[in-house]
Write a protein that binds this ligand. Structure first.
Ligand code: ITT
Length: 216
């Protein structure tokens, strides 16, 4: 008898996120597919008012289109001095079409007068698992840091070069993938998913996730 690994789609167009999903989930016996593997080139517009709604929009859309269980995350950076902005709007902060570098420069400019001791920020992440049959499970993670006055480090993506993790004592862009996993919002949300996948409910859900196509 051949053992067939469960195929799960990671619904993100962000290469940095995809790398972190693959790293965190490498211990599970799953075949992790990207959007291109299931012929999807665009995710729906993020019209939700919360991370959870947006993650569900992405995961649900891809699960229905692909007929496969799908994981998606919605995440963002909440800056204390900006009353938790940009938050759920982090990807579009400063305007559409900016590069990561331009977005960071915009943020640093907005808080240029904020002193070191008031530059706290929280990264939040909500991961949603959605199945073609309509099952949904949600996992959350968060982490604290301080915004630096300029970028440091080459790794990661997005705001990583200006987010100095309290736990790591360096920016996420100065951290290795494994270090970032241990201390990051996404690492924590995915750890919650892994823990759930080992519970009786999680095992049962994962075991019954039979690939099914919308048109079948
Ligand atoms: P997908 O929707 O295709 O997954 P995205 O980049 O648009 O990709 P989000 O809508 O969740 O993802 O936006 C989150 C933004 O917050 C992301 O573009 C980054 O700018 C920032 N962000 C989230 N997690 C981050 C992390 O671990 N490191 C640095 N920046 C992060």
């Amino acid at each position: 008898m051949t053992s067939k690994r469960l195929r799960v789609v990671i619904a993100t167009s962000n290469e940095g996120k995809l790398r972190e999903f693959r790293d965190a989930l490498s211990r599970l016996e799953l075949d992790l597919l990207g959007l291109a593997d299931v012929g999807i080139d665009r995710l729906p517009e993020e019209t939700g008012a919360s991370y959870e709604e947006n993650a569900l929009l992405k995961a649900g859309y891809v699960a229905l289109r692909s007929g496969l269980p799908t994981l998606a995350d919605d995440s963002g950076l909440e800056v204390d001095a900006l009353d938790r902005r940009p938050g759920v709007l982090s990807a579009r902060y400063g305007g559409e079409g900016l590069t990561d570098g331009e977005r960071m420069a915009h943020l640093l400019d907005e808080i240029k007068d904020v002193p070191a001791k008031a530059r706290g920020a929280t990264f939040r992440c909500v991961v949603v698992l959605a199945t073609p049959g309509g099952e949904v499970a949600t996992f959350e993670g968060e982490t604290r840091g301080e915004l630096t006055f300029g970028p440091r480090g080459e790794n990661g993506f997005g705001y990583d070069p200006i987010f100095r993790s309290v736990e790591l004592g360096k920016t996420f862009a100065e951290a290795t993938l494994a270090e970032k996993r241990s201390a990051s919002h996404r690492g924590r949300a995915l750890k919650a998913f892994l823990d759930w996948a080992r519970t009786p409910v999680g095992k049962k859900t994962m075991a019954v996730l039979e690939p099914r196509r919308e048109e079948d």
